[in-house]
Write a protein that binds this ligand. Sequence first.
Ligand code: PGA
Length: 250
Amino acid sequence: MRIPMVAGNWKMYKVRAEAEAFVQDLRAQITHLQDVEVVICPPYTLLESVIRAVQGSPFQVGAQNVYWEEQGAFTGEVAPSMLYDLGCRYVICGHSERRQYFGETDETVNRRLKAALGVGLIPIFCLGETLEERETGVTFQVCERQLINGLHGLTGDQITPIVVAYEPVWAIGTGRNATPQDAQEVISYLRGRISEKYSSAVGEQVRILYGGSVKPENIQALMAEPDLDGVLVGGASLEAASFARIIQYG
Ligand code: PGA
C-alpha cells in the first residue's frame, strides 16, 4: 500500500514570522491526517523554526537540497547528517530549478540521493522533461534516463523508500499543468521501468508524485489517477488555505 504524499516546496520564499504563521494557520485548519503524509520543505534558514512549529502535528519537514559529502571544507553547503540532526526527514533532490540554474546533473543528483539515504533521509527525487523535449517527442527517454542515472548503483531495497516526483519543467510555475492523463502516462511508464530494473515488488512500492501547477482546483482529478501517489506543490503551498485544500484533495 502506497501512502499518498502531499509535499510543499516553498522555494526561496518566506521569513520566520511568515513561516510560523503559516504553520499555525495550517494546524488550525487540519487537525489530523488520514491516509496522507504531508511534508513542508522550507528554505534552510526556516528549517529549525518550522520543525519546532510542527511539533505535535502530523506534518513532516524536508529540505530543498543537500550536499553529498559528510563534512569538510565546502563553504556554503549543508551535509545530510546536519539535516537529519535538525529533525528533517525528507529532502528534495534534483529539482529542475537546480538542474537549470545551478548545474545539477544526473550524476550529482545520484550522489545526493546516496548521501541522503546513507543517513536515513528520504529523498524526494525530481525529474521531468522540458517543453522542447516534450515537443520533440522524447519525454519518455528523457525521464527514463534521469530515473535510471539518478538511481545508479542503488539496490531495490535502497530505492524502495525514495519518493520520485515527476515534474514536467513546462508545467512548473507556469499555471499550465499537465493533464491528469499526461501525468499518469509518464508516471506509469516510470513505475514500469522501476519494476523491470529492480522487481515488480519495488515498482509497486515506490511512491511517484506529480508536480507542476498543482492547485486546489486540479488536485482531485490528479489524485484519481491510479499510479499517481501524491503531489509536489510549489506556488499553491505558500498559502495555508490553498495548501490545506490540496491536502484534503480540493
Ligand atoms: P509549482 O511548482 O507548483 O509552483 O508549479 C512545483 C515545483 O517546483 O515543485
